[in-house]
Design a protein around this ligand. Structure first.
Ligand SMILES: NC(=O)c1ccc[n+]([C@@H]2O[C@H](COP(=O)([O-])OP(=O)(O)OC[C@H]3O[C@@H](n4cnc5c(N)ncnc54)[C@H](O)[C@@H]3O)[C@@H](O)[C@H]2O)c1
Length: 477
């Protein structure tokens, strides 16, 4: 009884002191040591760091660029499709393509050549990407490597005077989140996390309707990343180099991929721009899927024998969050159960609600969803200008139905016109911080954990994101 009470006070003390701003939860191996450190908060949880905002990057307009000169780092599955999409956008020049694997880098060069770009190729070592960041003729580093490299590449890029667009998640630890914030503020370089789901058609429609007051006050949102990745991604020898994602989830327990569902919800709720996240409670199931799968595969293929371990956990994670203004969010994660894909995307306001999944997306003003005709009329009225402008082309180019292209187009359009980016470094840090914070809560019997305010109070005056009103620059060709 006594010990329990002492533990409780130690844990709540940490939360009360504000895990915000502390450097904790470093991803370290082996799994047992990692879990021990997560649970006790030993990884620096008690070394409080007070960050003072040096410069507010929210709403920041960098000097406009006539041509955006890009260096790509990590051109596996995701990075290669980014190269393909960028080749369809005007006003860019691909100066470098980099991957530790020469065949991937050379393929990216070939694809670039077909659109008239002449990038230099960098490959052959683990830190070859530094050479790309060190060049003085590149404006933007666009990176799609395994998770552990995202922050090192982002920080190094900004230190070398480049804007950075990084795949999700931007950071793996709270320490890394603060590194991104500090570096972006000091260097005045954009640090955008490439959260493509913020640019999906239904999400943009709902965001515009929220802005026009259709939903009234937003009270609650549900979101998730529920995607059965077993066969196509996690265990596929052909999909991920070194099965890096499987290795990540074999030793971590929490919401390991929060941003796809969470990003659009944070934009709808004006998080970092009028409201902030206050605290979170997170709970995981045990592993019912992964160890069994490893055992099955290892029966016929020795390659999988090292994956027969008992450190898997958290097939299904559920986190609930309270915002400073008293609203709530439910966020789920599951990449191993045989379920249909869903990001849920349920927005509940005082006047209306919407639900994207199961498709098709629906809108309601009461007990019933509006009819197909009414939905069409709402779509007509509220479809934002960016969709009207490039929606059709985006569908043709593809990339998750077009949202990837809208994201890239918008990024380049903002850089060429000196507009603020839709997702700033505070969004990158906050949306990514859910993973290490959820790990801490899970490891401590779902104890509430404070969520850092990476804006250091400027959320009170930051303007809401405005994706709906792009300044057209004819950036598409
Ligand atoms: N936003 C989305 O919808 C979406 C979809 C898929 C993947 N992703 C993200 O994209 C990233 C990449 O995922 P992927 O599926 O393309 O993985 P992948 O394994 O296919 O590609 C990663 C690439 O990085 C390269 N790489 C690894 N270490 C490197 C180093 N030190 N220097 C240079 N290159 C290095 C690998 O050789 C590989 O080609 C991940 O962060 C993932 O979360 C996002």
């Amino acid at each position: 009884m006594k010990n329990n009470r002492r533990d409780f006070f130690r844990i709540s003390g940490l939360a009360g002191l504000g895990l915000a701003g502390s450097s904790l939860l470093k991803a370290i191996t082996p799994a047992s040591e990692y879990n021990r450190n997560i649970k006790s908060g030993m990884t620096g949880a008690n070394t409080l760091k007070t960050h003072v905002q040096k410069f507010n990057m929210s709403g920041y307009s960098a000097p406009r660029l006539d041509i955006v000169r890009i260096g790509f780092i990590g051109v596996g599955a995701r990075g290669m499709s980014a190269v393909e999409r960028m080749c369809k956008i005007e006003g860019i020049e691909i100066k470098a393509v980099c991957d530790k694997r020469a065949e991937a880098a050379n393929r990216a060069k070939k694809i670039s050549n077909e659109s008239g770009h002449e990038p230099d190729v960098y490959s052959g070592s683990e830190d070859i990407w530094k050479k790309v960041c060190e060049r003085n003729d590149i404006d933007l580093i666009y990176t799609a490597t395994p998770w552990s490299l995202h922050t090192p590449i982002a920080v190094y890029s900004m230190e070398h005077d480049k804007h950075i667009a990084t795949e999700v998640p931007a950071a793996s630890t709270i320490d890394e989140c603060w590194q991104l914030v500090e570096t972006s503020e000091r260097t005045k370089k954009h640090c955008m996390m490439l959260e493509n789901c913020c640019y999906d058609f239904f999400e943009l429609l709902i965001l515009n309707m929220v802005r026009q007051g259709y939903f009234g006050e937003i009270v609650h949102c549900d979101c998730s990343y529920i995607h059965d990745l077993n066969d196509e991604v996690l265990w596929s020898k052909n999909r991920h180099v070194d099965l890096w994602q499987l290795k990540e989830i074999s030793k971590r327990n929490g919401n390991l991929y929060p941003t796809h569902g969470f990003g659009p919800v944070c934009q709808v709720m004006d998080i970092n721009r009028g409201d902030k996240l206050d605290y979170m409670v997170s709970l995981s199931s045990i592993d019912f899927m992964l160890a069994n799968k490893a055992r099955q595969l290892a029966l016929n293929d020795d390659f999988y024998k090292p994956f027969v371990v008992n450190t898997y956990n958290g097939n299904m994670n559920t986190s609930i969050i309270k915002t400073h203004k008293g609203r709530s969010i439910m966020l789920q994660y599951d990449t191993t159960s045989p379920r249909p894909y869903t990001r849920i995307q349920m927005v509940s306001g005082t006047k209306a609600s919407s639900l994207k999944y199961p498709l098709p997306g629906r809108i309601s003003k009461g007990h019933e969803w509006v009819s197909d005709e009414e939905f069409k009329a709402l779509e007509e009225k509220y479809t934002p200008p960016i969709i009207k402008e490039i929606g059709e082309m985006a569908k043709q180019v593809g990339g998750h139905g077009g949202m990837d292209f809208i994201m890239d187009w918008r990024l380049i359009d903002c850089l060429r016109n000196g507009l603020p980016l839709d997702q700033d470094v505070y969004d990158a840090a906050l949306w990514s911080s859910i993973t290490p914070l959820s790990e801490w809560s899970v490891a401590n019997r779902s104890t509430a954990v404070d969520i850092p305010d990476f804006t250091c109070g400027s959320y009170k005056t930051n303007s809401p994101v405005n994706i709906s009103m792009p300044k057209s620059s004819g950036t598409t060709r």
